[in-house]
Design a protein around this ligand. Structure first.
Ligand code: FAD
Length: 421
């Protein structure tokens, strides 16, 4: 065979691919944990397993992106309270300080009998325990007229990064007195107060730059998280700007047309300038590929976060049905620590304490006007059950609301370093 440049390059790639699989395997007979997804749940799990096992467990983290943008505080980024850089995180510290093998690739297959993960780049990773924390995907057909190919015309901005930048630009370019529409998601979905914090932040932007513009929220749910607090805040800071339309008045069954930039409510067509479609959600696709889903989500054991379908697989975060816990970064981080402890118990004989979980969701309504809702959780009767909680009260004074906002900034810094080192 004549060796021309094309065949030479091809042969080199093939050789690299066949070498890459054994090279990715752990050396020295250590137990191997593979974590899929380097977001809130996955990064925390990888870090805690590596840190607390002191190198006795080989940890590989599979994540396609080199920079992870947190959805938490992405609404604040849009309204100018944070820079995009301040919500960006990379994996250098997890690799350098914790010895985690970070592989930037997509996991595309899981062989549960062979206990291997296959990667889009061609490699294969064997595991003793597998952790899945892939976040969410969108349910096809959840909003009539919208699919993922429409995300540039009508962004979801429910995975942070370029989508958040796009939505921000679209809001900033709205014509004077224009109309912003949000199609809110049905339950259950990532971050229950997220859409309504976003409405607050959009209103904040418009009040400053385009005060005659209007906001319309089309909601399939009859009520939503922290509703009394948000509605009080919208009345106080953005009077007359926000129109929330629940299912009784056509908020359910909305049809969108991304080409024409219209939304149809109860047969009536309305032209919109910006349309933020947040579709119905399900566990990230790899959960279905692994076959550890029951319908849209992954069922887990309440005291370990282990899949109820495969004892070698743990599932964390948004992808799970986690009883009373909401889908949040705080929840995913809390669940990851329970899973890490259980995995170290199984692979490393580490001591395992009873599972305890926590969550708090802060939301910013206007400058220095922060509110929060939080709970602690424990396993009870096979599910993760709410133990006790707290929520901000309507009518709180400005000092208290400012303290709540400041608390959220401290939380962000703390949890980001708990995830990414
Ligand atoms: C607007 C908004 C505001 C929010 N605000 C808050 C807040 O204030 N507080 C809070 O606690 N939570 C908040 N959240 C929710 C929070 O972002 C999520 O609940 C959290 O990120 C879930 O963590 P996770 O690990 O399940 O998924 P993610 O953090 O989404 O991580 C999943 C990762 O898996 C990777 N992945 C997916 N599939 C694969 C695959 N096949 N192979 C390899 N990698 C893969 C993805 O690239 C991604 O990096 C907010 C969300 C939104 C949208």
């Amino acid at each position: 065979m004549k060796l021309n440049r094309r065949t030479f390059v091809g042969a080199g790639v093939a050789a690299a691919a066949s070498l890459s699989a054994p090279m990715l395997h752990a050396q020295g007979g250590k137990p191997r944990v593979v974590v899929i997804g380097g977001g809130a749940g996955g990064a925390t799990a990888a870090r805690y397993i590596a840190k607390d096992s002191d190198g006795a467990i080989d940890v590989t983290l599979v994540e396609p992106t080199k920079t992870y943008y947190t959805c938490f505080f992405s609404n604040l980024y849009m309204a100018g309270f944070r820079t995009l850089d301040s919500i960006a995180h990379s994996y250098g510290t997890l690799a350098a300080d914790y010895g985690i093998n970070v592989v930037h690739d997509w996991a595309i297959g899981i062989d549960r009998d062979a206990k291997t993960v296959s990667l889009a780049g061609g490699g294969t990773l064997p595991y003793d325990r597998l952790v899945l924390s892939p976040g969410i995907d969108f349910v096809d057909g959840s909003v009539e007229g919208w699919d993922i190919s429409a995300q540039n015309a009508m962004p979801h901005a429910y995975k942070a990064g370029s989508q958040s930048e796009l939505l921000k630009r679209q809001i900033e370019s709205m014509p004077e007195g224009g109309l912003f529409a949000m199609v809110a998601p049905p339950n259950p979905y990532r971050c229950p107060p997220g859409p309504y914090e976003r409405i607050s932040m959009v209103a904040h932007m418009l009040k400053n730059n385009n005060p005659t513009a209007k906001i319309m929220v089309l909601d399939p749910k009859p009520s939503f998280s922290k509703q009394g607090l948000f509605e009080e805040g919208w009345g106080k800071h953005y009077s007359g700007m926000v129109d929330w339309i629940g299912p009784e008045f056509g908020g359910e069954g909305v049809v969108v047309d991304p080409g024409a930039m219209t939304v149809t409510i109860d047969g009536e067509v309305t032209n919109v300038d910006v349309c933020n479609v947040i579709p119905g959600q399900k566990a990230g696709r790899i959960v279905e590929i692994a076959g550890v889903n029951d319908g849209n989500w992954a069922p887990i054991e309440a005291d370990t976060m282990r899949s109820t379908i495969d004892a070698n697989i743990y599932v964390l975060g948004d992808a799970t049905s986690a009883g009373d816990m909401p889908k949040s970064g705080f929840s995913a981080n809390s669940q990851a620590k329970v899973a890490a402890m259980s995995i170290r118990g199984e692979l490393n004989d580490a001591r395992v304490f009873p599972a305890k979980y926590a969550n708090t969701c802060w939301s910013l309504i206007a400058t220095d006007d922060g509110v929060k809702v939080g709970n602690s959780y424990e396993p009870a009767d096979g599910k993760i059950a709410k133990v006790d909680g707290f929520i901000s009260q309507p009518g709180e004074d400005a000092e208290m609301r400012k303290r709540t906002f400041e608390e959220s900034i401290g939380w962000y810094e703390g949890i980001a370093s708990d995830m990414f080192g």
